[in-house]
Ligand binder design. Sequence first.
Ligand code: G3P
Length: 218
Amino acid sequence: MDFFIDTANLDQIKEAEALGILDGVTTNPSLMAKEGITGRNAVLKRYVDICEMVNGPVSAEVIATDYAGMIKEGTELAELHDNIVVKVPMIPDGIKAIRTFTEQGIPTNCTLVFSAGQALLAAKAGATFVSPFIGRIDDSNWDGIELIEQIVEVYANYGFETQILAASIRNPLHIVRCAEAGADVATCPLSSIMGLFKHPLTDIGLEKFLADYKKVEG
Ligand code: G3P
């Protein structure tokens, strides 16, 4: 399973990249706003900065919600850098735009997916990635991981090549459950990735090894 980081924060991207396990980055308008980035040029510059830091797909989201606007904006985003994946919302014009981008060879990420039916539409349009938001599904008292399992099954039935990119990850267990379910990618906050390291027996064991080595050293 590929690991993407879900942030527009350059320090966090650098930290994840330094671990040697980072495969890509996803962003969205909320994550850009969280970084205090204002103005279109600053947003575009941040995408380029991220692309230069990570050798992998970087999702950049369109703001337009009409077909023509999404094509114009997505084309501009795709021209920024080879790593850019155009992120498009799960709405009818978004599906039309994904079909056009697919025909043009521009990679896409269909975002705001909350059902298997929506994931089916994204795959039929040729999306490179589909982003089910598992944390937000859990928040609304449904089971986000169950949706990942359902999409894995539906895509396998028909050999769809769209990659399942589990998004809205909130904790390390979400990452593990996505891996069990067969998601192709998990896009995670840095805190969830770092949470994977944690086990008290690792800390206790290391402490003991170091203490015992002091005895060996004399
Ligand atoms: O990748 C989508 C993600 O940024 C949404 O996460 O935590 O706002 O549901 P969250």
